[in-house]
Design a protein around this ligand. Structure first.
Ligand code: AMP
Ligand code: MG
Length: 391
């Protein structure tokens, strides 16, 4: 059995990069940048006032100053500041030639309509130098960044109105199991609703990929095979849930093989998620996730999410922290590594969520992240540091 880390490395080495396309600036949120963005100008593009005040010469600070013009932001100065002169200036305004500082309004006495005097002891320059934030042709964003609102602002300020971004992978989702019904159906006595299908649709969408749902395949070779064939031919990646364990009707790995999927692993030494199966065909990559909802959720986080991001040229690096345990945690066996959902206490400690087993979806609803117990560790004491991953 391979380790979680080996499973991760195997999958990452199989991620096939998507192509790229141009999109409008306001459609780029959540997409991954496919090429570096460079600045088309210096920023600020001129010497800019950082304050509301009066632009003048530092060596005249002790003198009365004549106000020669008023400069709003956006105005071009018409005058050069000479000895004992100043220009009233607003934040963001162009500092006139001759001036080397801006004295702030709060430190100025207005003597009459066009005469002022500095009343402070000393002043900073209160100006932003041309090009101090960035210069023309500087790389301001690098390929591989996943674009958030702040990156959209960056692109807007350098005139990058149609960024080149990575195409979104199409990800097929297929639930398997005779016991499953869709959420809008009231289950019979022996049935449950498929929560994994919709969890996975949401998880895929949250990564910025395009989910396509193929419904519930029944636990027969015919039903599974037909659905897998369609999904593999439509999609870049296919996610199945259920049917990967050791039961008589756990047909998924066999169906994957029958569809020319080269299986690269069928078991991981982890809890939850041991039966997670992965393989690739010429058409698409294929992951068989466990049916147990918490296991499907966890293995999506640990494996599928970084894989999807890697297809989109983005190196996914979740926040990894070491935090103290709020209480003791013990497990019966420590043959596999373990990831468990936890809440954060008010003083920043790791409190395991109430957990009844891998079908207990509620346990992940309140989770702040997943915490880690390595192989061989059956107890963590309160106060000991534990590795966690923020969701
Ligand atoms: P399996 O891996 O098919 O043996 O399923 C393991 C457990 O997960 C069983 O209790 C299933 O009923 C449950 N399960 C399977 N698929 C889903 C699903 N799509 N949504 C919620 N629970 C599921
Ligand atoms: Mg099943």
């Amino acid at each position: 059995m391979i380790t979680q880390q080996e499973a991760y490395e195997t999958m990452m080495s199989e991620a096939r990069p998507m192509g790229s396309e141009r999109v409008g600036l306001d459609d780029a949120l959540g997409r991954v940048l496919a090429e570096d963005v460079r600045s088309d100008m210096d920023m600020p593009p001129f010497i800019k006032s950082a304050m509301d005040g009066y632009a003048c010469r530092r060596k005249d600070l002790a003198n009365k100053l004549k106000v020669v013009e008023v400069l709003k932001a956006g105005a071009v100065p018409g005058k050069t500041i000479a000895t004992n002169e100043c220009a009233k200036i607003m934040t963001g305004g162009m500092v006139p030639e001759g001036a080397d500082c801006v004295i702030v309004v709060e430190e100025v006495n207005v003597l009459d309509t066009d005469t002022v005097q500095f009343n402070g002891e000393s002043t900073r320059d209160n100006v932003c130098q041309k090009g101090e934030d960035m210069q023309v042709d500087d790389v301001v964003l690098t390929a591989g960044i996943r674009l958030g609102p702040q990156h959209i602002a960056m692109m807007a300020s350098v005139g990058c109105v149609s960024p080149q971004v990575v195409c979104r992978p199409r990800v097929g989702i297929l639930a398997t199991g005779d016991e499953l019904v869709e959420p809008d159906v009231i289950p019979d006595v022996s049935q449950i609703r498929t929560s994994n299908s919709h969890q996975l649709i949401a998880q895929v969408r949250a990564c910025g990929a395009i989910p396509t749902y193929y419904g519930i395949a029944r636990d027969t070779k015919e039903s599974l095979d037909a659905a897998v064939k369609t999904a593999m031919s439509d999609c870049d990646l296919v996610l199945l849930t259920g049917g990967v364990s050791m039961g008589d009707l756990d047909l998924v790995p066999g169906i994957m093989k029958a569809n020319k999927v080269n299986i690269l692993f069928e078991e991981i030494a982890v809890q939850p998620g041991k039966p997670t199966t992965f393989g690739v065909s010429e058409e698409a990559a294929c992951v068989g996730l466990p049916g147990s909802p918490v296991a499907a959720f966890t293995q999506f986080e640990l494996l599928v999410k970084p894989f999807i991001f890697s297809m989109m040229w983005h190196e996914y690096r979740p926040g990894h922290l070491r935090l103290p345990m709020a209480e003791n945690r013990t497990r019966a066996r420590a043959l596999r590594e373990n990831w468990f959902p936890f809440k954060l206490t008010d003083d920043g400690a790791v409190l395991p969520c109430e957990f009844h087993g891998s079908a207990h979806v509620e346990s992940i609803c309140e989770a702040y992240g997943l915490a880690h117990m390595p192989v061989g560790m059956s107890t963590i004491e309160a106060g000991a540091l534990v590795s966690v991953r923020i969701l």
